[in-house]
Design a protein around this ligand. Structure first.
Ligand SMILES: C[S@@+](CC[C@H](N)C(=O)[O-])C[C@H]1O[C@@H](n2cnc3c(N)ncnc32)[C@H](O)[C@@H]1O
Length: 233
């Protein structure tokens, strides 16, 4: 079952506030986008890309600029975020190559196949184990053979020796982004009790179990890790 409370959080935050807060993480997000571009660079000139939890469109914008023949489908359940995304894609001149869908991946139904699925900063919000598994299974279903999945999420071992040090730096990051001290103090509890933070080995296994061979972790920035993997033939 999708977690409507999480989506309501993004709905209430809205696109402008989300982008304002994320501006502080721009260097990190640009690094991830740059690596995504390199990973996907061999896709066909007319590649079809599915972006799940598109937010305000960051997943699309960098790639659409570099690969002018690519088409994008973005799925996003929070309407205010999707409206912000629509506006940014229009301003960048990409609207005619992008289809935006308001809803969850589980509501999406198409016979189309995609050359890549991109899902950035979404999975740690998926508390329901079955839903999380189904999402990876759907990613697989919608990909062509050898198609790429790129998945970035908060993923680390909360009980490891590294955990207290990393959490401190994660708090510093959010303080830098403008979070108030109450929210900064609540971050460890939020990660433990409200988000679904998996050990990196579990995320890797989830990808393998759902038909992706040899997921490769290519990125880490404090608590965030990203993997790419290709669909099994
Ligand atoms: C942290 S934002 C990431 C947005 C964008 N991918 C980015 O990198 O800026 C997480 C997004 O996931 C969306 N989301 C939450 N639950 C979801 C679900 N079950 N399926 C798809 N998207 C979801 C939220 O509405 C929100 O826009």
């Amino acid at each position: 079952m999708p977690d409507h409370a999480i989506v309501q959080f993004f709905e209430d935050m809205g696109a402008e506030a989300y982008d304002r807060y994320n501006a502080s993480f721009e260097a990190t997000k640009n690094n991830l986008q740059f690596l995504n571009m390199l990973i996907l660079t061999d896709l066909p000139e007319d590649a079809n890309i599915l972006c799940v939890g598109i937010g305000t469109g960051a997943d699309i914008i960098g790639l659409a600029d570099i690969f002018p023949g690519w088409r994008f489908t973005g799925i996003e359940p929070a309407e205010s975020m999707l409206k912000g995304c629509q506006k940014k894609l229009a301003e960048a001149g990409f609207s005619d190559r992008c289809e935006l869908i308001h809803g969850y991946l589980s509501d999406f139904n198409t016979d189309s196949k995609f050359d890549a699925v991109i899902c950035l900063f979404v999975m740690h919000f998926i508390n329901d184990v079955t839903e999380r598994n189904n999402m990876f299974s759907d990613f697989n279903k919608y990909l062509v053979n050898d198609g790429y999945l790129i998945n970035a999420e908060i993923s680390f071992d909360l009980n490891s020796d590294e955990s207290p040090g990393l959490l401190e730096k994660w708090q510093a990051l959010h303080r830098y982004a403008g979070a108030n001290e109450d929210n900064v103090r609540n971050i460890p509890g939020l990660l433990r009790e409200q988000l679904a933070v998996l050990h990196p080995d579990e995320t890797r296994q989830l990808m393998k179990k759902n038909g992706f061979h040899n997921p490769i972790q290519f990125f880490q920035s404090f608590l965030v890790r990203a993997w790419y993997a290709q669909k099994n033939r």
